[in-house]
Ligand binder design. Structure first.
Ligand code: KIV
Ligand code: ZN
Length: 408
């Protein structure tokens, strides 16, 4: 069966930048946009031009700096917003306007104080107006996660009639369960007239930690685009993280899906975004966290040293990380200690390793992690305590072999 392409819309520079405390200047945004293009995203949501002159300028500069990627600008369903978005996108090779309005009862009643009929009218007008400027118009039904499926279908049908090319179904408050979100997408695919003419898009927030699971459920049920951010940054608990959804697709070939992402650039892109935004990546973050490919317990280390796949389902090289790390803590075993000494050019005999391991454990119980400098100190100190008894065979050439332990 032929694999189906899933488009990746990266919104790091728009939804991602809405994180409190995160502010990117134009130069940084352009740098990130170029990296996203190299990474292979299909669409870059570059900003919300009406929100500030700085954002307007950033969208303009990004348009001049990327060549093969769609550049998208956000607007509310307001003519002035749409005009400003269109103006900011003037220099784009492939422009897209992303316009929309809240569709849930909560938004209709409390945010707009209006009726569902008026919301449909505003949605149609926004799409019609945006079409005057660009061919590619994406419509978002804000809070679609909490919008009744029947009403959502009606609004989708109407915006398709007036030329929407992409329809975004945001779970704005991270409300849905994966099954529920998947059913929503399936319902739209099966009930909306003209749905086959457009691209249906997921846009999931992570309030309950389900953003990636919901996006996955969305694409399994027929969505063709995922909106996501690098490192999952975004409003409140963030958005679907690009690296997670892309690697899920890559690792699960039975899904028969693929993306255009060059996964080897994932780690460097994550670092760039973290550096520019000042948003540190949590250590246990899937794929790009500091501990994602680190092993510190003896049983796992022994397994990974024998064969990486015993405790890793993803090859770190696939996401641009050189190798897994063996971290030395009080939970580590002899195999890990020997492995790390080996890396430093010291090949311990079995007896020596037994002796050094005992001292190592004393150090490790006092310290969180034992580094190379401390490993060398242990050897020195041990020799001294044992009246210079030679307990190790040291060689200056590191063969690179990860498991060469001389047992004498
Ligand atoms: O989460 C959301 O609903 C959004 C829309 C503005 C697309 O970000
Ligand atoms: Zn959002």
């Amino acid at each position: 069966m032929e694999k189906k392409k899933i488009q990746i819309l990266d919104t790091t520079l728009r939804d991602g930048e809405q994180v409190p405390g995160c502010k990117l200047n134009t130069k940084e945004k352009v740098k990130i946009a170029k990296k996203l293009e190299a990474l292979g995203v299909d669409v870059i949501e570059a900003g919300f031009p009406t929100s500030s002159p700085g954002d307007y300028k950033s969208v303009q500069e990004i348009c001049k700096s990327v060549f093969k990627t769609v550049v998208c600008a956000l607007s509310r369903a307001v003519e002035k917003d749409i005009e400003i978005a269109a103006k900011a996108l003037k220099g784009a090779k492939i422009p897209r306007i992303h316009t929309g309005i809240g569709t849930s009862n909560c938004h209709i009643r409390y945010k707009f104080n209006t009726t569902p009929e008026k919301i449909i009218e505003r949605a149609i007008n926004a799409v019609k107006y945006a079409k005057k400027f660009v061919e590619d118009v994406e419509f978002y039904a804000e809070d679609a996660g909490r919008t009744e499926n029947k009403f959502l279908s009606k609004i989708c049908e109407n915006v398709i009639k007036y030329g929407a090319t992409v329809i975004n179904i945001p779970d704005t408050t991270g409300y849905c369960l994966p099954e529920e979100y998947g059913e929503k997408i399936r319902f739209l695919k099966e009930n909306v007239k003209g749905i086959h003419k457009i691209t249906l898009s997921t846009h999931c927030h992570n309030d309950l930690g389900l953003a990636t699971a919901n996006s996955l459920s969305g694409i399994i049920n027929g969505a063709q685009q995922v909106e996501c951010t690098i490192n999952g940054i975004g409003e409140r608990a963030g958005n679907t993280s690009l690296e997670e959804i892309v690697m899920i697709i890559k690792q699960n070939s039975h899904l028969n899906l693929f993306t255009n992402i060059d996964t080897k650039l994932i780690y460097s892109t994550s670092n760039l975004v973290s550096k520019c935004t000042g948003m540190k990546v949590q250590a246990n973050k899937a794929i790009v966290g500091m501990n994602a490919f680190s092993h510190s317990s003896g049983i796992h280390q022994d397994g990974v040293i024998k064969k990486r796949e015993t405790y890793e389902s993803i090859n770190p090289e696939d996401v641009g990380i050189d190798q897994s790390s063996i971290i030395l803590t009080a939970r580590s075993g002899r195999a890990a200690l020997a492995y790390r000494y080996n890396k430093l050019g010291h090949f311990l005999s079995k007896n020596s390793l037994d002796l050094v391991y005992k001292i190592f454990l004393k150090y490790a119980d006092k310290n969180k992690e034992i580094n190379d400098k401390e490993l060398k100190i242990i050897l020195k100190k041990y020799n001294f305590n044992k009246k210079n008894k030679k307990i190790l065979h040291s060689t200056s050439t590191n063969t690179g072999s990860s498991r060469r332990i001389n047992v004498v």
